[in-house]
Design a protein around this ligand. Structure first.
Ligand code: HEM
Ligand SMILES: [Mg+2]
Length: 302
């Protein structure tokens, strides 16, 4: 299944006219920055309405609820995501291109250059996996809606704390793995899921804090992101001043893994590059990623 998706992506993407043909790639990449603090989108919060779609990702759902990306959750192109993720959360283009390229493979038409947020529910490949922090495993039914019993397992580790830290985040994440392993007879968890899930913990730490905050963020900010899918602007949060990149996240993946008891699956080695490598492996290499993203990945050195 995976091999055939990649083969089709490679063969067809090479000859398809991609929407980025007229795109000013250097102009797009050099214009990226968080929106001004006075930008009304930070305080305009609208949960999804009839016909709107959402995903298993609290980050994308939050940005859609604030209109940093299409509020209806549809037609997510890579240029649209690059701009919206930078404006709302100061995500670096390299991150958005790598994970967005993987996200395209969940679309019914990966070569169309866009996905809808609900496409991301696709289980085990390309991104969605078991042992999520705040969602159920697909085995139990719904792998995309917020599910408080699992999230409460994570929050229990932060009991009595107002701020996150690397060690607590790492132990909380491993507890979710052990819980899923014990209850889900179809539990699927290898190096890919291991790295992606540490990456997701790094994502909430860095977006609600910053890459240089060493894993410290306000627990209330993190709760707003997961529980309301709302930017905690009114609580005092502002986007990280430093861009959040594949490298900053990869370094935190390593830091989180080192701080906890979880063994690496498949006796592999984890480095700061593992996070980037996982996305390249999901899409089948840098050439396919370049085809899928209309050359954007090459422009950021992927
Ligand atoms: C194009 C960009 C993105 C794509 C395609 C994407 C996709 C996904 C998908 C498919 C999942 C589900 C994985 C699972 O099974 O848990 C997920 C989870 C997650 N994402 Fe995103 N994501 C993107 C950007 C972001 C951003 C900017 C943030 C910043 C807050 C973020 C934070 C998270 C977190 C914290 C989880 C874990 C949820 C949980 O474990 O319950 N993501 N993402
Ligand atoms: Mg999941």
């Amino acid at each position: 299944m995976r091999a055939s998706v990649q083969a089709v992506a490679f063969t067809l993407a090479a000859c398809l006219p991609f929407a980025t043909a007229q795109l000013d790639i250097p102009g797009l990449l050099s214009s990226l920055q968080p929106a001004a603090a006075s930008d009304p989108r930070f305080t305009n919060f609208h949960p999804p309405g009839t016909g709107d779609v959402r995903s298993p990702c609290p980050g994308l759902n939050t940005l859609a609820n604030h209109g940093f990306i299409h509020h209806d959750g549809k037609n997510m192109t890579i240029p649209h995501l690059i701009t919206g993720l930078a404006a709302g959360l100061n995500m670096g283009a390299d991150f958005t291109i790598a994970i967005g390229g993987a996200g395209l493979l969940s679309s019914p038409n990966p070569l169309g250059g866009a996905f809808d947020l609900n496409d991301l529910d696709m289980h085990n490949f390309p991104i969605e996996h078991d042992a999520s922090l705040s969602r159920q495993d697909a085995y139990f039914g719904d792998d995309y809606d917020f599910y408080s019993p699992n999230w409460n397992q994570v929050l229990a580790f932060y009991k009595g704390k107002t701020q996150t830290d690397i060690s607590t985040a790492s132990h909380a994440k491993y507890a979710r793995v052990n819980d899923s392993m014990a209850r889900n007879p179809t539990f699927t968890y290898g190096l890919r899921e291991f790295v992606l899930s540490y990456g997701e913990t790094a994502l909430y730490l860095q977006t609600m804090g910053s890459p240089s905050a060493n894993g410290v963020a306000n627990v209330n900010y993190v709760r707003s992101l997961f529980e309301e899918e709302r930017l905690p602007y009114d609580l005092g949060w502002r986007p990280s001043a430093e861009p959040i990149t594949l490298l900053s996240l990869g370094q935190q993946v390593l830091q989180l893994y080192t701080a906890g008891p979880e063994p690496v699956p498949e006796a592999q080695t984890v480095t700061a590059d593992s996070y980037k490598d996982v996305f390249e492996a999901i899409v089948g290499g840098s050439e396919i990623l370049a085809n899928l993203t209309g050359g954007l990945s090459t422009a950021v050195g992927l």
